[in-house]
Design a binder for this molecule. Structure first.
Ligand SMILES: [Zn+2]
Length: 347
């Protein structure tokens, strides 16, 4: 159909011809994963993707094309690309024939995904604040905890009140912090993100002193790996055996009463609006999960996501997250397909 006569006729009629720059070859007898793979291999910002609806000449149904779409959309999202209507892609003064070359000229740098990690229970195996309270606080901390869990108070008020009930010397807290285990695959997760050029930041309602002591453990060898990571958390300092708290990552716009407002900090750390990947485990992550593009959740955060029908990827340890991210960031379509199905089953 695309003959010189066609183009001449279209021009006479004042019609605009739009072509494609990337094809899924879905008219061939190939699988959904193969269609997605071909699209994701060549796609970039400004691409026009060719897929077919309706029956082809051979009366083959479009089941494979339909099944490829979630994989393609997921692969685009991870690279910071969105699907938009053609009318939005083509400016009024744009080229008449939207060819591969003009699509390339329009392309902008891809928006890199950014990884945000919770600390307590996510990087560490146990929630450090809970362990401190269990060991050193007046039991009334549990009543305050219930007020927070039920949503009657925010985490800022909760932590302020709970830490007032703690009596412990610096040495006692240090000993406890040194006994906290870190997820064995945390280093691998950092290395995976680094290999893909993806920034990692840590957002925590917990305390800077505790986080720095744990992550500064020489055996973990994290100093260089965390060189460019921002660690945003609550602040704590000791006065004899009492602990005073402050909330430098509290945000004016926060209506949740957060100690560290994770969605506000995610927005601040992500000025290019790359896809936000959040990894967490607890209720202090619920507002972050609601504003992330891709969520890895376990324990209470997974329960919350299920209850709120927020799509998430379940995980048990950071090794699973590292593996999934490596595959996703490499746009490995077979795994993307698997993840789309798993996320659907989990949601
Ligand atoms: Zn908040």
């Amino acid at each position: 159909m695309r003959t010189p006569a066609y183009f001449a006729a279209a021009k006479r009629l004042g019609l605009r011809t739009v072509q494609w720059s990337v094809a899924g070859f879905d008219w061939k007898k190939i699988t959904a994963a193969e269609i997605a793979e071909r699209v994701l291999r060549d796609v970039e910002s400004g691409s026009v993707i060719l897929l077919h609806d309706g029956d082809s000449a051979g009366k083959r149904d479009r089941g494979a094309t339909v099944a490829a779409l979630p994989m393609i959309i997921e692969g685009l999202r991870v690279r910071g690309l969105n699907v938009v209507p053609l009318s939005q892609l083509l400016e009024p003064e744009g080229p008449r024939h939207f060819s591969k070359r003009s699509a390339r000229r329009k392309s902008r740098p891809e928006k890199k995904p950014i990884v945000f990690l919770d600390f307590d229970g996510t990087i560490t195996k146990r929630d450090v604040v809970d362990v401190i309270l269990e060991r050193f606080a007046d039991p009334r901390w549990l009543t305050i905890e219930e007020d927070w869990k039920s949503g009657r108070i925010g985490s800022r008020e909760c932590l302020s009140k709970q830490m007032q009930l703690v009596r412990a010397t610096k040495d006692q807290i240090d000993d406890l912090l040194d006994s906290i285990e870190v997820d064995e695959a945390f280093v691998r997760l950092l290395d995976t993100c680094s290999a893909h050029g993806v920034e990692v930041h840590i957002l925590s309602d917990g305390f800077d002193y505790c986080i720095n002591r744990i992550l500064g453990r020489p055996s973990l060898n994290l100093q260089e790996r965390l060189g460019s990571a921002r660690i945003l958390s609550s602040h704590i300092e000791v006065d004899k055996n009492q602990w005073k708290v402050d909330f430098p990552s509290f945000h004016q716009s926060c209506a949740h009463g957060c100690a560290t407002c994770k969605p506000a900090m995610m927005s601040l750390l992500n000025p290019n609006r790359g896809p936000a990947i959040f990894i967490g485990d607890g209720l202090s992550d619920k507002y972050a999960a609601a504003s992330a593009d891709l969520i890895f959740a376990k324990d209470r955060l997974a329960d919350f996501c299920r209850a709120e029908e927020i799509k998430y990827r379940p995980y048990k340890n950071l090794g699973e997250v590292a593996d999934q991210l490596d595959q996703l960031l490499s746009a490995n379509v077979a795994l993307a397909q698997n993840l789309v199905e798993r996320a659907r089953a989990g949601a």
